[in-house]
Design a protein around this ligand. Structure first.
Ligand SMILES: *Cc1c(COP(=O)(O)O)cnc(C)c1O
Length: 432
């Protein structure tokens, strides 16, 4: 689509993108940002963020429903977060030695997550899930991991696997550069499919079942009634560990993540995004007896030059400090209003608005979505038209049907109502 058709002057973004495309693969540092999935010929280049708004390089303001893909639960440049980061920077940006702040953050995580007694901090969700899987393998003496189709746990080689042919067979590489051997250690099964989980566990010696307890990387797909309980049960029966990847759901859907919301505990928990308050930080944690197998307490090696970075720790602590019961009440109410607004805007069109606290997805589908096959069957072109129409109207949606809309505490009723109004026109553009 050309920018003439969009009605917005995007010259600066276009010039920047032309330059970026010669210097960065696809002009970006992470694929979804390029906006190719919604048929845009260049992304929006950001100049700054303020609360719920993004301001682009051409001076346009957008209601931001991406919020850096989850970390910004307080919105952009929250004064308390900025203050904490600046104060930390004045004391030095990294020491490669322990600090009081990281102990406080660890205590806060352990206090909120019932199943977590100890944590190790790392720099990205990818690193956290890679490390949690290594620990699970060491603890069980087994190699295989069961994951769900459409779930994302970062770009860890072995987890970039897709289902092989046949039920519960070993995975095959989902990206060039992943070896057949790495993918073969992963068994990929459909989300919300009880029989496939049982089949996978009875045909393989499984070290861990890894899941997003509320799937949010195929759009938002909540677990079917009893599904997380089934995973808990099956893990115990088979001697596998249950890993909850709460990089998105942690500190978002409830104070103590999806495991608090559904009252199902994990053996290992992966955290990221909100825990770093918008700076690079992530963590994995679990029972003391498991975590003490990590070096130097134990012999499972894992390390990081910038792990527990004092700026990221300060941002994380300043963010978590604001996430009390009232904040979760507010986030839930804002989410409900956004979901209801989108539902009403869609009218009788074939759109399913799924949500969990702090997360929303309008699926372009006549049927409710239960798994990745369902999400993949959505009208992706219509979602693209919808997003392009929203961008023209000053609304910045996640530029992929498979990414969740992130609600923050900086959003307000007026921003949501403005979004619903724009969505009403955008649905007409997308679906007639
Ligand atoms: C974002 C994400 C990751 C990866 O985190 P990065 O910090 O991008 O490496 C892992 N798991 C889930 C569920 C995520 O949403």
């Amino acid at each position: 689509m050309t920018e003439a058709a969009s009605g917005l002057d995007t010259r600066t973004s276009e010039v920047l993108y032309a330059r970026a495309a010669g210097l960065l693969p696809g002009g970006v540092n992470s694929p979804v940002r390029a906006m190719r999935a919604i048929g845009r010929d260049h992304p929006v280049f950001v100049e700054r963020g303020e609360g719920f708004e993004l301001i682009d390089a051409d001076g346009h303001r957008y209601v931001d429903w991406v919020c850096s893909w989850g970390p910004l639960i307080l919105g952009h440049a929250h004064p308390k977060v900025v203050e904490a980061v600046c104060a930390a920077a004045e004391r030095g940006t990294s020491y490669g030695a322990p600090t009081e702040g990281e102990v406080e953050l660890a205590a806060e995580v352990c206090e909120r997550f019932e199943s977590v007694e100890m944590v190790r901090m790392v720099n990205s969700g990818t690193e956290a899930s890679m490390s949690a899987v290594r620990l699970a393998r060491a603890a069980t003496g087994r190699d295989k991991v069961v994951k769900f189709a459409g779930a994302y746990h970062g770009h860890v080689d072995g987890l970039l696997a897709q289902a092989g042919s046949g039920l519960a067979t070993q995975g095959i590489p989902a990206s060039p550069g992943v070896t057949a051997g790495q993918a073969a250690d992963t068994v990929v099964v459909p989300w919300n499919d009880r029989e496939s989980v049982s089949a996978a566990l009875s045909s393989h010696e499984v070290a861990a079942i890894i899941c997003e307890p509320i799937a949010a990387n195929m759009g938002v797909v909540v677990p079917a009634d009893g599904f997380l309980e089934l995973l808990r049960e099956q893990a115990e029966q088979s001697g596998a560990l249950l890993i909850f990847d709460e990089v998105i759901t942690g500190f978002r859907v409830a104070r103590g993540g999806a495991q608090e919301l559904y009252e199902v505990g994990a053996d290992l928990t992966i955290l990221g995004k909100v825990v770093g308050g918008g700076l690079p930080a992530a963590a994995y944690g679990g029972r003391r007896e498991l975590m003490e197998q990590v070096a130097p307490a134990g012999d499972v090696y894992q390390a990081g030059t910038l792990s527990g970075n004092p700026l990221a720790v300060a941002a994380g602590l300043a963010t978590l400090e604001r996430l009390d019961a009232a904040a979760y009440g507010r986030l839930g109410a804002l989410t409900d209003r956004l979901a209801a607004g989108l539902r009403e805007a869609a009218g009788g069109r074939p759109v399913q608005v799924a949500s969990a606290p702090g997360l929303v997805t309008p699926f372009f589908s006549p049927e409710p979505i239960r798994d990745f096959a369902g999400a993949s069957a959505c009208d992706l072109d219509a979602y693209g038209r919808f997003c392009r129409a929203l961008l023209e109207r000053g609304i910045y949606p996640p530029p992929s049907q498979f990414e969740a809309w992130f609600v923050s505490l900086a959003h307000d009723e007026a921003a949501i109502d403005r979004t619903a109004e724009a969505a009403s026109e955008a649905f007409t553009t997308a679906l007639g």
